[in-house]
Design a protein around this ligand. Sequence first.
Ligand code: AHG
Ligand code: MN
Ligand code: MN
Length: 329
Amino acid sequence: MSPTSRAGKTKFQIDLRRHLREHYINENLTHLICEIAEASKYIIHSISTGDLGVAGTSNLYGEQQLALDVLADRILRKRLDHSRVVANMMSEEMDEIIPVSPDCGGKYSVAFDPLDGSSLVDVNLAVGTIVSIFEGCDLLQSGRNQVAAVYILYGPRTTLVYSVGKGVHEFGMNMLREYTLLQENITLKPQGNLYSPGGQRNLYTPGVEAFVTKLEERGVKLRYSGGFVPDINQILLKGQGVFFYPHLQNLPEGKLRLLFELNPMAYLIEQAGGAASDGRRPILDLQPQQIHERSPVFIGCKKDVALAEEYISQLEDGKGDVVEKKAKT
Ligand code: AHG
Ligand code: MN
Ligand code: MN
């Protein structure tokens, strides 16, 4: 993007739509991402004023749906339904894929987690919305085929982070409730000094336990909020760190959902120069077999993710004990 195209403008005056246009993103994808941004304004309102109770229903995971989960889902679903650029959509709160338009040409399919970390709202911790975007009609593609990923973080400030494959960019919501550019081309260092360990430590498998012990020996600091969006946002904006919600002794597939949480975050983190793995393979190379699939995840600085894979392959996949030598390099 030529600097002259911003003659006289400070970056804070670059709004989301202009930024997408400066990256020559096609009109339909630009419209879709802006519609997601618009929906977030109603989700913010529901968080600050909505009913914090349970909805009396549960999702396909058997998790009790909070009223806010259902409300946020309805807000996004309505917005996408009326956008005229969506072919199919699917969320963590829905039982099956919702067809919006039969023709796929020039349209997108969207998988989303309308309110991630919703159980944190009643203790006033940060929560978010996560969106994964594919071209055409197929939502059961590997994450490598995504054309965009977006998350909105409802924290002390409301921010939006997106990538369409040309870097990762952050926007903040201003007084006029517009998203204006805060920073562009966010990148991660090769190795970090913070870790965000999900799941119960006493249920970690040998490779994961050895990985965490190694991090702690290195003096890495623990930062875990229980919200995937703020925890990943911290790693992105600090430019370093590793988050993991691993396979556990009683939960081999881990907790987080491949389509709605892991694919979009893996896309963003890889765009920022990091890595995302299920402990053995890149998240983005996983071929989902069903829409509600879960996967273990190690995501963040490349070297930290590689270290986790090393320990898992040596101590769980029976490839000897070279870990110490390898990890010392
Ligand atoms: P959701 O609220 O959409 O179900 O997601 C919650 C997820 C994710 O936000 C977080 O990383 C993880 O649950 C935390 O799980 P624990 O409470 O088991 O740590
Ligand atoms: Mn979630
Ligand atoms: Mn959710």
